[in-house]
Design a binder for this molecule. Sequence first.
Ligand SMILES: Cc1ncc(COP(=O)(O)O)c(C=O)c1O
Length: 451
Amino acid sequence: MDPIIKKIKEFKKEDITEYEPYLMLGGGTPGVNLLRGENIYVYDIEGRKYLDCTSQSWALHLGYAHPEINQVIKEQIELSNHFHTGFYTVPRYLLAKKIAEIFPDNMNRVMFTIGGGATIEAALKIAIINRPEAHNFIALYAGYHGTSFMTTGASHPGTMATGKYHGGATLAHFSQNFIRVPGPYYYRPYFEVSNRDDAQEVDRRCLQELEMQIKYGSTGPVAAMVMEPLQASGGQIIFSKNYLKGVKDICKKHNIILIWDCIQTAFGRLGDWSAANHYGISPDIMVLGKSMGSGYPINAVVISDEIEGVKMDGIDLHTFGNNQVSQVAALKQIEIIERDNILGNVRAVGAYLKEELFNLQKDWPQMGDVRAIGFHIGVEFVKDPETREPDYDGCTKMRKTGFKNGIIFGVGGTGEGKAVLKIKPPLITTRDQADEILEKYTKTLEDVFGQ
Ligand SMILES: Cc1ncc(COP(=O)(O)O)c(C=O)c1O
């Protein structure tokens, strides 16, 4: 065994103090010290086992240490791991063609990049290429698109996560050309509505506001609107097809490039290849990332046939934008998803989890709203289901207590804290493992809120 690996395996909790002063942790919700993972489980350095409902920032669709992913990577590193973007390499051709096949018919040209924020910026650059006269962008309240300088302006939770401006907000004024408009947060609309359960009214008001900002609120033409088709970090907020179609129509009418940030939702989390496949609506540009490389870093921009893409002029260039290891991992993952009907698994097991969570909601009024498509699941915790006052503390306790019960939940949402518990396990989660999730979730509810 390599001495570095030996040292990692033998590392003890007490050793951490020696190393801690040297490390800057940039962000994330504090967790435990993890050593290894297998299937949908992870183990900390003391050997404790956890069922991981975060898939590590929703990035491991096939879970941990998938033998076929490991094998293909071993074989690829014997060939190469890094040839620069300018060289014509085979895995990139194979992957671009495969991506064009699985996403909607008109989404056919792919550029590979690295890092979500930078890839959103690449998409914004493509919008500018297509709308050179325009310089403004539109984003949604509660959207999240990364923390690079430019995307900070588009990312609401990055600047408002705890209710006061902090972190990214100190950078946001460098990227003022984002106009944020409300999206339909049906459970908690951003404005007063005559009937809070009237989703159509919420859609209509949001679409009206979008069009008003385009017409009257922008200091010049708008180049692009960037949005997540389902908001993840903002609180697992699902939009209606009616709203998504309305946005597309408005963008088309005003000659605005529509960018869907599919970084969290593509490659199967919804039980479909992407939100565009799921809703039957195609944007002009899709941005991919996270789960794409089965744990290896890779992102991509996919554009529709109707718009112009980048040329080899360096407008968007990344040293590690052509990583063959990530590319073969991405190819293998798509092959496994197709072969093992993983999309079908997500639909079936996701529907089961949703139904069981709805059943639990009847006994636990703290579960204010359950929002789920496939394995994109969120539970919004409230102090009182009538007033819908968010329970940030209750949700945080669910995550903390989950660790004690051997389960890792994510948290999200905007406001003064995070009131939405995220249950987003790897897509290979079986029906039996779903029962294990439900059992641990119920135990955690009991521990936090009492019987
Ligand atoms: C929807 C969405 N867009 C963009 C990003 C940023 O991606 P990255 O962290 O790779 O920069 C994230 C990360 O959580 C995301 O969820």
